[in-house]
Write a protein of this length. Sequence first.
Lengths: 408, 243
Amino acid sequence: MIRLLLLYILTVTAGAARAAIHLVKAGESIQAAINKAQPGDLIKVYPGTFREKGIQINKPLVLMGVDYPVLDGEKKYEILTITADHVVVQGFELIRSGYSSMNELAAIRIKEAAYVGIRNNRLNENFFGIYCQHARYAFIANNRIVSNGSSELEAGNGIHAWKSDHLVIQQNNITGHRDGIYFEFVTESTIAHNTSHKNIRYGLHFMFSHQDIYTNNTFSENGAGVAVMYSRQVTMYHNRFIDNWGSAAYGILLKEISDSKAAFNEFSRNTAAIYMEGSSRLNIYANRFNQNGYGIRIQASCDNNNISKNNFIANSFDIATNGSLVLNSFDGNYWDKYEGYDLNKDGIGDVPYRPLSLFALIVERNNSSMMLFRSPMVGLLERAEKIMPGITPEQLKDNKPQMKPLPL
Amino acid sequence: MRNRIILAYTILLALVTISLFALEDNPAKAIMSLLNIGILIVPLVSSIFCTIYLYNSAEFIELLVAQPIRRSRLLWGVYLGMITALLIALLAGIGLPLLLLHPAATSLNLFFISCSLTIVFASLATLSAVLTRDKAKGIGLCLLLWFYFTFIFDGLVLLVLFQFADYPLDTAMIGMSMLNPIDMARIGMLLQLDISAMMGLTGALFQDFFGTGTGFFLIVLVMIVWMAFPILLAVRRFNHKDL
């Protein structure tokens, strides 16, 4: 699908080369050039600062900035609104879009349009960055989206998509927004190779968005990590979730997710790498969990999840849960805390491993007891519990723990 | 380094440290195991060594008391001698291997924690040796103190936590942790090692409190009180003791 879209944009650009070229220099009006242009024309904008009170693109065009001309919204207006199909916007610096608590004003809005390309732009200090509303087949790539909002109310989302489908969002760099990338009712889309860091709330926020793929993204130091909620058939491959710290921060929050896959991801130094609630039929495999507070916090409301072939290394707690019901399988992982043996040398430990420590359970019930973590007293209790499990759920165990870390 | 016990202690520590790092490919885990040595073995050896040493040299001390030396100065001398020997053992047994195998902030922290616990328990041991004339009683008292601080205290804390689970105990926990030097040392280490887990609710509170400059200053202050108070009491007692 990506290839098709790329091909498509290439053909649009190539077609535009044959069409008329309109030049806009500093001091002239971009809107006037758009009004004058025929569908399929190329509008080249030379460096300068353009303060037009909202530019409307209502016909298929290529709007190309040369050396990043500045489009200034003066904190009052939406800068670019695209309402036609087959529009490409590239090479602009869009700054200071309007702020409103009534309307979600954005630097670029794609409104009920298809086959739109937004690429190589720089967006600074905008309320919302790129806003897709009923957009289809949009291609948003290589944009650098920066804001310095201080609270959730004052900042909008970097890339906001609502009721859209077949979007491709790749190689964007988003920082300082409320949510880096926000998806609501967006289906069959791809998010790849983006970096979303230091956003106020989530690096990626996903709601009611089915059959989406996100791969090779890096989400770091976001207020609450990444949230994927109320979605089906989401594929998460090769992402990195790093340094998401805080009392309610997760590497990834999976709430009411089903039939999805998370594989080959890296989770490092998060308060909780994965927090799962009401999720079912997830396949979580071949991930690396390093130095997290919690590897996976799996609530008892999750069922039929398969957690296998992951590496759990140097986490304070590997698994935590809030109940005694276990409907998930944890077989075939590597746990660095495993102390069993392997007599037949097949690389699989002969005694099952119980990844849920008694103390994780105690902390879950009584948060203050975190103070006693790694106390010799607690060590004694844990030992006793490991030998004769009485409090921790009996079924929560890895029957085939790996003796050596998996090569991931 | 004439004392055989100190020599054996040094070798034991060095062996444990080196073998932990040789066996574990993950240095964080090795540090974690070493932390257990630091908060269990180091205080134990420190207290037993000091009490036994004091009782064994009781006659020599009596002899010296007969000389024109001030009593407080005499006890301080013995005390400082003991902790110097123990600290040298720590330096050679834990400090140097850590410096060579894993030079990091956590290692430094671990080393300082072991040192301060050594001093605290040497002080407590001196106090118990001065308080009781009977050797068995003195060593027993000292062992009881060690057992109390490593196990009983934490058990009591756990009991309190669950008995008063309905009350906000987070701040009280910070106060309670100051009543036990081993807990203080452990929490100081946790703030470095398990920082991600500590960022959870109560942990964040600890982090806010101890992670800041004032918090660190407070940890140091409380540790100094734990080091100084027993030995000052012991010296006071020794000055008026009927030998």
